[in-house]
Design a protein around this ligand. Sequence first.
Ligand code: BTN
Length: 344
Amino acid sequence: MVNSARTEAGVALALLGALEAGAGDCVSGGQLGRRLKVSRACIWKHVQALRRQGYEIRSECRKGYRLLSAPERITPLAVQKSLVASVIGREVHCFDRLGSTQDVAFRMAQKGAPEGTVVLAEEQSGGRGRLGRSFYSPRGGLWFSVILRPPLEPQLCLPASLMAGVAVSEAIAGITALSPVLKWPNDILLNGRKAAGMLAEIVAETDAVHFLLCGIGINVNIARHAFPAELTDTATSLSAELGREVGRTGLLCAVLERLDYYYQALLRGGAEPVLAAWKRAPNFLGRQVSLVCDGKLVEGVAEDLDGQGALLVRGAEGMRRVVSGEVRLAEGAPTLRDHVGGRV
Ligand code: BTN
């Protein structure tokens, strides 16, 4: 758990725990105050804060407080209750509807929000994808941005963005029976269709990163028919693949924990652990691909990643190092849907 019982968030967590333990029965304010070692006024203040997060709590005269229901939407408290991470998720901000979590995280980072801050929205009206595209982000998905402040030179940040893909892929594989496939740099495919995407944005000077925003979008519980027509052939969701819904708070915590793990590894020992994990996961390496890089068409075999996470493509004119672009499996090559599990 990120917060100790002495912090404000610690009191809130302990209060929620005590109300949940009441299993719908009344728990008196005095009893709660004694247990949490705070005043009744403090309990009242935290009850109000829980209500603002969407917890339905009835106060009954002379009896105390009764937890009637928890919100369906994700709350900071629900995340912090189960998250085991050292940096990521230190602060969690949850919103019902935003234009883009990247924009809000950007403003928070500029104002000095600590590394590891998470900004999440139930729904985005202006979700942004890579290469200037828009990103469909309705209710039912996980749309969030994480503020990182890596002490790296800007040109060494590509592995920091690849780790988001690894974290999401491992979290999905760990929680469900699905087999995600990584498409360089940062897409996650399920049965050949895109289920998640990452957007890494850096604010830096020539030799120092001010902050890196790691934006992650996962199509969790979105019905197949709910995707707009232009996405029906290319997008999917976890629930559409599994035929059942997936708990979003649990998945979010799993992603944040994997992200925390790889971020600590990156800071301690450089890019190697992240790159090794990326290469271990099912991915496009070894396949014939095509992509547009610096306005030029590059075709060849996606042979490897270099030490900085760039894609090495061997074509007719030798090896090409690619740092950005939209990779496609080359025309005529078998599609990912022809493969079940394993490296593709
Ligand atoms: C892509 O696939 O092109 C990247 C998609 C990134 C989407 C996420 S959702 C949370 C965060 N906020 C945004 O506006 N974009 C990222």
